[in-house]
Structure formats: structure tokens, C-alpha cells
Design a protein around this ligand. Structure first.
Ligand SMILES: [Zn+2]
Length: 427
């Protein structure tokens, strides 16, 4: 692979340090090997061995992580469409979505459930270099209690869809074991309901502490983790007590549970999935009518979520972007909207929203030593943005502004001119 020298950028390195102007970044093989101003080209390189890219002040930042991903949700109108879509078509959509994700500047993702073994097959194909996509932690079918919010089919027709139903400790244990046997990195457990389903609302807690603890025991015995859907305060309390690793939503937590989360902030990740709420409130009525959207209580739910994410953020809890993309009104490709919500609705600084998407992203990926920041020795997962996201966080949503995307030093996207010669002296 050719070496690459990115010259004269605004470096936002993902550590939280102030942006550095006039920064050069040298990439050799798959790693970042030098950072500075007016870096000289190593003598060992002939002109044809190195690409020199003049950035003229454009931003250099780490690739981002999407922490609540469903590659197998195909921008569907109804969740039932996801449940019933034949697995072969689902696979094709998911391959396309993986490419969309990395071309959106997200070089890593944490799956929050998938149909069948699709995530696992896609993760492995990406790692073998057969298809284009982000670094990925794969998930399997959602594990849910009977009557949970993804229990979408009447009993007399229920077939294997987006969820596996498991009730009681033994059944949960067996299901979690079988998903890890298939090669999942994480198993998703639906501990609360979700208010788009009238029979299992977000305020309802649908798994017991014993059931969740059984899942966590099985995961941790294998060095793996449990990812939960938990909106109600009681469901989050159960997750923290059971030792769950990643909690999504956590909207309705009360003061007691807030304190419990803060006490466990060194090990916990919170992924609120804000764009699901915001987009459903904004656009849901176009598809389902205002009455149906009002009935979800999402407007009130969003207020709770924002209040709690603000206080979790202020208390130093890692709150990560990841927005349940994959529905008609919140389609794949819009992932960076969550960073906008973090800034405009949660009250994060733009720098902290970027740190959440990059440095914390590498931590939830368990790749902290390899990705997440632009530092010497790290893998070159790099995005060049035409503009300054510290001044305008929404430019990360504009794919035409993402001029270069590198994964491990390989071009995924490059819209800038490449030169091979430049002044070889240090200025
Ligand atoms: Zn989800």
C-alpha cells in the first residue's frame, strides 16, 4: 500500500484536545506514523510510493463509530416488514447498508441486533476484504420475552423473524449460548418495551433480574457482552444490577437509577438512540397519522431522554451516538444526526460529541489501543471533512463534504487531488 501524507489540515484528534491548524499526518501501511507541521517526506520513498494530499485547512478527524446499528433493517416502513422480509433479500440490503455506513464516515459500528446470521457473515466478509464496510461487532436476533415489543405475529402463525423468544432463566441461557455459538460478538436483550407497540410500552419492564443475570453470566463466561434495550427505569436498574455492558435508551431513569449508572460509569456505555425518537416525532405522522404518533408518548419520552442524557453527560458517563437507523423516516446514511442532537438537544460541546463518536466509539468497540484517535501508532481510520465540525456539527451529515475516508490506510473515498512530489525539505 502506498504511504499517504495529508498536509495542512485542521487536526481534531479525537482525544478532546483543541483543534490544531497546519497539521500534517503521515500514514504508512495501515498506521499513523507521524503527526506535525511541515513534515518532511521520508527519504526512503520514491515519488510514486507516496500520495501527497493538500488539505488547505480541511478537517482531519478519526473515523466515527455508530453504536446502535441494524444493518439488516432495510429502511422499512413497518417493523413487520423487517420481521417478514426473506433472509436472502435482507442480506443484500445489509451489504449495501454496510457500504453506506463507511461512506458516511463511520468506520466502526456496534450492532444492536440483526436478522439471522447476517451480521456475522457480513463482519467476516468485511474482515476478509471481500466487501466494503466498517469494523463491526456483530449481533444476532433480538432476545425477547413472549409479549415483548418485537412479538409482532399472532401465536398461530409465529415464525422465526427478527426476534427469538425466551422466557425464564433456562430458556434465556440456552438462547444466549446458541447465539454466541453462531459467532455473535454481542447478544441483544429487550428488557423493556417500546411504545410503538401498544401491547408492550417503553415504561414496561419485561425481563426479570434473574433472566438478565443469566444472559450476562453466559456472555461474560465467553468474554462477550450483553447489549440491552431498556427504556423504563426498572429495566435499567435490572441491567446495572445484572452487570449488562451496553444499555440503549435509558430514557426514563429516576434519581436512584441515575446514581447507579454514574457509580458504574467506568464499565457502562449508554446509547440513547435519540434520532429514532426525534425522527419519529418529526416524520412519523406522514406515514402513520398524528394520532398514532401522539399515542406513542414519544414527545414526552424525548423530554425525559434529553433531561437524563444531559445529566449523565455532565456526570461523566459515556453517552454514544447510535440512532436505530433503518426505517423509512430515519434511513441508513443519516448516522451523524445523532451528533447534532447531542449538541443541540443534549447540550454537549461539539468537541465532546466528536469524542463520543470517536474515542468512546473505540472503547465500546474494545479497540481503544488501535482506533478512535489520531495518534502515532493507531490504525489510520481517518475522515477528511471540507469544513469545521466544531463550528457546524451538521456538516458531518453532508456526504459531499466527506472528501477522504480511510480505513486502515485504505481509501474508501477520495475526492481530493493526489500529488506524488512536494518540497522534500523541512520548512
Ligand atoms: Zn434498535
Amino acid at each position: 500500500m502506498k504511504a499517504k501524507l495529508l498536509r495542512n489540515g485542521l487536526l481534531i484528534d479525537g482525544t478532546g484536545r483543541d483543534g490544531q491548524t497546519g497539521a500534517d499526518v503521515l500514514i504508512e501501511d495501515d498506521k499513523i506514523t507521524a503527526i506535525g507541521s511541515n513534515l518532511s517526506i521520508p527519504d526512503k520513498y520514491q515519488p510514486e510510493d507516496i500520495d501527497i494530499i493538500e488539505l488547505n485547512g480541511k478537517t482531519i478527524m478519526p473515523g466515527m463509530t455508530e453504536a446502535h446499528t441494524h444493518l439488516t433493517w432495510h429502511d422499512a416502513l413497518y417493523i413487520q416488514d423487517i420481521d417478514f422480509k426473506p433472509i436472502e433479500e435482507t442480506m443484500v440490503s445489509a451489504i449495501k447498508n454496510a457500504e453506506t455506513m463507511i461512506k458516511s464516515g463511520f468506520t466502526s459500528c456496534v450492532s444492536a441486533a440483526a436478522r439471522g446470521r447476517v451480521d456475522i457473515a457480513i463482519r467476516d466478509a468485511i474482515n476478509r476484504g471481500e466487501i466494503i464496510g466498517p469494523r463491526m461487532l456483530a449481533n444476532g436476533a433480538e432476545v425477547s420475552a413472549t409479549g415483548g415489543f418485537v412479538d409482532l405475529q399472532p401465536n398461530h402463525v409465529r415464525v422465526h423473524g427478527l426476534a427469538i423468544f425466551a422466557d425464564g432463566e433456562d430458556a434465556v441461557r440456552r438462547t444466549v449460548r446458541s447465539l454466541f455459538k453462531e459467532g455473535a460478538d454481542l447478544v441483544k436483550l429487550n428488557v423493556s418495551g417500546e411504545s410503538l407497540s401498544a401491547h408492550a410500552r417503553g415504561e414496561m419492564t419485561l425481563y426479570t433480574l434473574k433472566e438478565v443475570r443469566a444472559a450476562v453470566e453466559e456472555a461474560h463466561a465467553r468474554g462477550k457482552r450483553i447489549y440491552t434495550h431498556a427504556r423504563s427505569s426498572d429495566s435499567v436498574k435490572i441491567c446495572v444490577e445484572a452487570g449488562v455492558d451496553i444499555i440503549s435508551h435509558a430514557d426514563f431513569i429516576n434519581d436512584e437509577v441515575f446514581e447507579m449508572v454514574v457509580e458504574n460509569k467506568e464499565r457502562l456505555f449508554i446509547v440513547p438512540g435519540l434520532n429514532w425518537l426525534v425522527s419519529t416525532i418529526e416524520h412519523g405522522a406522514e406515514y402513520f397519522g398524528q394520532e398514532a404518533i401522539d399515542a406513542t408518548g414519544y414527545k414526552e419520552g424525548l423530554e425525559y431522554a434529553l433531561y437524563n442524557m444531559n445529566r449523565l453527560y455532565k456526570a461523566g458517563v459515556r453517552v454514544l451516538p447510535g440512532g436505530d437507523y433503518g426505517f423509512k423516516w430515519c434511513p441508513h446514511g443519516g448516522y451523524a444526526r445523532d451528533l447534532e442532537h447531542f449538541v443541540k438537544l443534549v447540550g454537549m460541546t461539539p468537541m465532546d460529541a466528536i469524542v463520543a463518536a470517536t474515542k468512546y466509539g473505540s472503547q465500546i468497540m474494545q479497540m481503544e489501543d488501535e482506533t478512535g484517535t489520531i495518534e502515532i501508532g493507531k490504525l489510520a481510520d481517518v475522515v477528511v471533512v471540507d469544513g469545521n465540525p466544531l463550528e457546524n456539527i451538521t456538516i458531518l451529515q453532508d456526504h459531499s463534504k466527506l472528501k477522504v475516508i480511510l480505513k486502515g490506510g485504505n481509501y474508501i473515498v477520495n475526492h481530493l487531488d493526489v500529488a506524488h512530489t512536494a518540497a522534500r525539505t523541512v520548512a
